[in-house]
Design a protein around this ligand. Structure first.
Ligand code: S3P
Length: 172
C-alpha cells in the first residue's frame, strides 16, 4: 500500500477545502481527480458529461487512479464524489493509501450546494431530493472504501483537520 492520504465523500462534503488545508499542514502536494481529468481533457466536467456522458467520465476517473498508482511520493488525494462507487476504484484507493470518508448529511450538502451550477448530477428540479437519494445509495460504498469515517456536520475545518492529522500519521 502506498502512503497517500485520500479524501472521499459526497459533493460538497468539503474534500477540496480540507485537501488544501491538509496539504499545508502535512507539507504534501494535493491532487484533485476532477481537476486532473479537466486538465487532461481540456474541458470542464459539465462539458464532459454533456458531450460524452457519465460512463465516459467514470472511465477517466479509473484511469486517473491508475496513473496515480504509478506516481512516486506521498500526496493528499481529493477524489470526485462518485469515484468510490466502482469496485475497481475502491480497490485502487486501498492500494493508494489511507482513505478518509468526509461524511456530511443531506441538509449540510444542500445548504452548501443549493446555488452550485458545476455539478451536472444536481442540476434537476429537486436537488434536495436528489442529494438525499444519492447519499442513501452511496453511503455503503463510501463506508466500504473508507479506513476512517469523519463526520463533518457542525464541525469547523480546524476540528476536521485535527481528526484527520491525528490519524494520518501512519499513512506514510
Ligand atoms: C460527482 C462529483 C463531482 C464530480 C462530478 C460527479 C459525483 O466531484 O466528480 O460532478 O458523482 O458525485 P466533487 O465531489 O468534487 O463535487
Amino acid at each position: 500500500m502506498k502512503g497517500n492520504v485520500i479524501l472521499i465523500g459526497f459533493m460538497g462534503s468539503g474534500k477540496t477545502t480540507v485537501g488544501l488545508k491538509l496539504s499545508y499542514c502535512l507539507r504534501r502536494p494535493v491532487i484533485d481527480t476532477d481537476k486532473e481529468i479537466e486538465k487532461d481533457e481540456k474541458r470542464s466536467i459539465s462539458d464532459i458529461f454533456a458531450t460524452d456522458g457519465e460512463a465516459y467520465f467514470r472511465d477517466k476517473e479509473t484511469e486517473c487512479l491508475e496513473k496515480l498508482l504509478a506516481d512516486t511520493g506521498n500526496k493528499i488525494l481529493s477524489v470526485g464524489g462518485g469515484l468510490p462507487l466502482r469496485q475497481r476504484n475502491r480497490e485502487l484507493l486501498h492500494k493508494l493509501g489511507k482513505v478518509f470518508y468526509l461524511r456530511a448529511d443531506a441538509e449540510t450538502i444542500y445548504e452548501r450546494l443549493k446555488h452550485d451550477t458545476t455539478r451536472p448530477l444536481l442540476q434537476g428540479d429537486d436537488p434536495k431530493r436528489k442529494i438525499r437519494m444519492l447519499l442513501e445509495e452511496r453511503d455503503a460504498c463510501y463506508r466500504e472504501a473508507a479506513d476512517v469515517v469523519v463526520t463533518v456536520d457542525g464541525k469547523d475545518f480546524e476540528q476536521i483537520l485535527d481528526e484527520i492529522c491525528r490519524q494520518a500519521e501512519d499513512a506514510g
